[in-house]
Design a protein around this ligand. Structure first.
Ligand SMILES: Cc1cc2nc3c(=O)[nH]c(=O)nc-3n(C[C@H](O)[C@H](O)[C@H](O)COP(=O)(O)OP(=O)(O)OC[C@H]3O[C@@H](n4cnc5c(N)ncnc54)[C@H](O)[C@@H]3O)c2cc1C
Length: 322
């Protein structure tokens, strides 16, 4: 039975607006994806927490959507509840003296729906070092923690201290970063290549441990990263890197060497600027998720045949797939 046939509504105490059959394409960076059966935007961690707990109680599977910059949502959309996370508070906290009597390096606290790039900018403006690499990475802090996002030689695991999450046993817990098994674009909170709604852990907030730096130097470094990205990455809607880099090589180089640059299926194209990016130049209503998947499969098949290397998806496929 489709979940939409159930008459569901969270209690008023959760304080959210409830939407039905909500189009998700505009909320993703590639501008693709069918509707969510149910949809809620949360702007405060208490709403996020109460909503996830309520969904568990009524057995309504949920999916957290951050910036939608690493998820390919199927054309059929997502069954269950999509929780759009816009909990965006970011602040610099001094280190608690009791914990760090001889070390005054501050923390950056961010709610999980805060934009990672915005958090990086806040830290730079305060003359704090450690997140400069993140000024050009789209998406939220929650998505970055899940994926161990990284760029320009930096990654989340280097400065993440701990996260607050709602675990699968319905407890709110502080988890040390070292417990998250962060590796290249991986954490033990990431739920695989194809995901449906479920009852998985929810990242509520994160603390990053930063160092002191020179404001001007930090700004110049961040600007260098932004300039590099403008030169080397497409501006059209995409999900960034489609595949992870295989050991000792680059997915983009292999796709290029396989002669696939500019290849198209439907409205989707292998970017001529960066071959690991699949772009949807027409935006909302143009490309389909099925075309992205077909192009991904063609790339995987050609690269495997030509170089004997299997490319693994970095992006996650979300929702109902045939
Ligand atoms: C142009 C472009 C460039 C990019 N460049 C980079 C790059 O340089 N480096 C890099 O690492 N990535 C890059 N990416 C990919 C993307 O920005 C990152 O993976 C980002 O961290 C995803 O965050 P998000 O909020 O968009 O996550 P989403 O795509 O919304 O979600 C990703 C996954 O995390 C889960 N999730 C999100 N928030 C939470 C939460 N609070 N609790 C539990 N689960 C949650 C979702 O359910 C989903 O499974 C790029 C993407 C684009 C479009």
């Amino acid at each position: 039975m489709p979940i939409t046939t159930l008459a569901l509504h969270p209690p008023a105490s959760v304080g959210v607006e409830w939407e039905v059959d909500k189009p998700l394409a505009p909320l993703t960076s590639i501008k693709i994806g069918g509707p969510a059966d149910y949809f809620v935007t949360v702007s405060h961690p208490h709403q996020l927490l109460r909503l996830a707990r309520w969904a568990r109680t009524v057995e309504l599977p949920y999916l957290i959507l951050g910036g939608g910059s690493n998820v390919l949502i199927s054309d059929a959309g997502v069954r269950g509840l999509v929780i759009h996370n816009r909990c965006r508070t970011v602040r610099i906290d001094p280190a608690p003296c009791s914990l760090f009597p001889l070390d005054e390096r501050p923390f950056l606290f961010a709610e999980s729906g805060a934009l990672l790039a915005g958090a990086a900018r806040t830290s730079i403006n305060e003359g704090l070092a450690g997140l400069e690499w993140a000024v050009s990475v789209p998406g939220t802090v929650g998505g970055a923690v899940i994926n161990n996002a990284g760029a320009h030689g930096g990654e989340v695991k280097e400065s993440l201290w701990d996260v607050m999450l709602l675990d699968e046993a319905d407890e709110v817990r502080i988890v040390q970063a070292s417990e998250l098994d962060h590796r290249y674009r991986h954490s033990n909170l990431k739920r695989g290549e194809i995901i449906q709604g479920g009852f998985g852990p929810v990242v509520l907030s994160a603390n990053f441990r930063l160092g002191f730096g020179d404001g001007e130097a930090l700004r110049a470094k961040a600007q260098g990263f932004l300039d590099h990205r403008r030169r080397t990455q497409p501006v059209e809607p995409s999900l960034g890197s489609t595949f992870t880099n295989p050991a000792g090589d680059y997915a983009g180089r292999l796709i290029d060497a396989a002669g696939l640059r500019g290849m198209q299926i439907g409205g989707i194209e292998v970017s001529r600027t960066h071959a690991n990016f699949l772009i949807n130049p027409g935006g909302v209503g143009s490309g389909r998720a099925a075309d992205v998947l077909a192009l991904m499969e063609m790339i995987q098949e050609r690269v495997l045949r030509q170089f004997g290397i299997r490319l693994d998806a970095e992006i996650q496929r979300v929702g109902a797939w045939q």
